[in-house]
Write a protein that binds this ligand. Structure first.
Ligand SMILES: Cc1ncc(COP(=O)(O)O)c(C=O)c1O
Length: 386
């Protein structure tokens, strides 16, 4: 048996659509398929606007720049980020000239230590960059309560929890904007790709502009006439309203997105089914394993959190020998990574440190079937006992 961390979830049906599209079309750069995919995604998300970009990392970088312009953040303003996440939740904050303020994780939903989050808010806090980690919706109500009536923006990195819900509302709908990744291994894929979702019209327009050089012509037509009039002295085709990037994606990727999206709910159901069986196994060993279950989850991977860190290496080695790939829990405590060491304060990140030492995960997707799970169950019985 080989149970890899990531597997190709692009099917022959997706490929057929792509091949037909390539044969019949002459325009492959961002065009009508991208717009179609964005509209379909907004409908699936239950949000007003979606902006397709070339990765989840680009989505995060774009959101930070757009939020900063929307609200006039100043260099050195603070953005609260988790110690446990993928680096590109944090790096956009630094790249854009803001100060990341790190908050420890928790063992109920892996997101912030909410008390520490409350304590780390200062007069310079402009945003909280919440990450719904590994398929577990975070405690948004608690975060909103902590924010209260302060002018602090909530951004959601939803790259690992696409389709997760809180009281029936999809995560990614609770703040100014949210990001998604369609890199392979995620709930659905466009090979490379990402999305920004928002209900805020001004934020949407800024993301559209900044995705493509700051060009006015990128905006939907209904906004164009007034802008044309306002800047009559400049050729509208080459009118730049703000600074920007090139984070566009292609029509190929949008065709794949349009093909994958109708299958997404089914993919999530299959992932959650495997997660529930995995949870059943783990719960047999309460002295050895910490387990997480949240309502509305959208399982990303199968995480092992060992109470005794000395058992991690032998258990990981055992399952590796049986063909099951594994890796650290995201990237462990990010503050242990060389480029972020200067932010590390001993004693402030105990949960992230514990997860760094004691946790790892294996893959989950629609190919994780009972046969694989049976093997895992046997290995766990052999290792942790009956
Ligand atoms: C929480 C989180 N944010 C951002 C990203 C970046 O997404 P991408 O790989 O599409 O750049 C990832 C990637 O897996 C992620 O897990």
């Amino acid at each position: 048996m080989f149970w890899p961390l990531q597997e190709n979830i692009i099917g022959n049906d997706d490929l057929e659509l792509l091949v037909t599209f390539i044969r019949e079309t002459k325009r492959f750069t961002q065009f009508t398929k991208v717009r179609e995919f964005e509209a379909a995604y907004s409908e699936w998300m239950g949000c007003k606007h979606s902006v397709f970009v070339n990765s989840g990392s680009s989505a995060n970088l774009l959101m930070i720049y757009a939020a900063a312009e929307r609200y006039g953040w100043k260099p050195g303003d603070e953005v609260i980020v988790p110690a446990l996440t993928w680096p590109t939740t944090v790096t956009p904050v630094m790249q854009a000239g803001f100060t990341p303020v790190f908050v420890d994780a928790n063992l109920h939903d892996f997101a912030f230590d909410y008390d520490q989050l409350a304590a780390k808010i200062t007069p310079r806090t402009r945003a909280i960059f919440l990450v719904h980690i590994l398929g577990f919706p975070a405690n948004v109500a608690r975060i909103k309560q902590i924010i209260g009536d302060r002018d602090i923006v909530l951004l959601e990195d939803t790259c690992e929890t696409q389709g997760g819900t809180i009281d029936g509302v999809k995560v990614g709908n609770f703040g100014l904007g949210s990001s998604f990744s369609f890199y392979w291994g995620h709930h659905m894929t466009t090979v490379e790709g990402g999305m920004i979702c928002t209900n805020d019209e001004e934020f949407y327009k800024l993301n559209i502009l900044k995705r493509s050089h700051g060009l006015a012509r990128e905006l939907p037509e209904k906004y164009q006439a007034a802008i044309r009039q306002q800047h009559a002295d400049i050729d509208f085709q080459f009118l730049f309203l703000t600074d920007g990037f090139n984070f566009r994606n292609t029509e190929f990727n949008a065709v794949l997105g349009l093909s994958q999206l109708p299958k997404l709910n089914g993919f999530i159901e299959m992932r959650n089914r495997s997660y529930r069986r995995f949870l059943d196994f783990c719960r047999r060993y309460p002295d050895d394993l910490i387990t997480l279950e949240r309502p509305g989850m959208s399982s990303f991977v199968l995480p092992f959190v060992l109470k005794d860190g000395t058992k991690k290496q032998p258990f990981q080695a055992l399952i590796r020998e049986s063909g099951i790939e594994s890796r650290p829990l995201i990237s462990g405590n990010l503050l242990q990574q060389p480029f972020l060491k200067k932010y590390y304060v001993p004693g402030q990140f105990d949960v992230a440190d514990m997860l760094h030492r004691n946790a790892f995960y294996i893959g989950n997707n629609q190919f994780v079937n009972d046969e694989r799970l049976d093997v895992l169950e046997q290995l766990m019985t052999g290792f942790f006992g009956n």
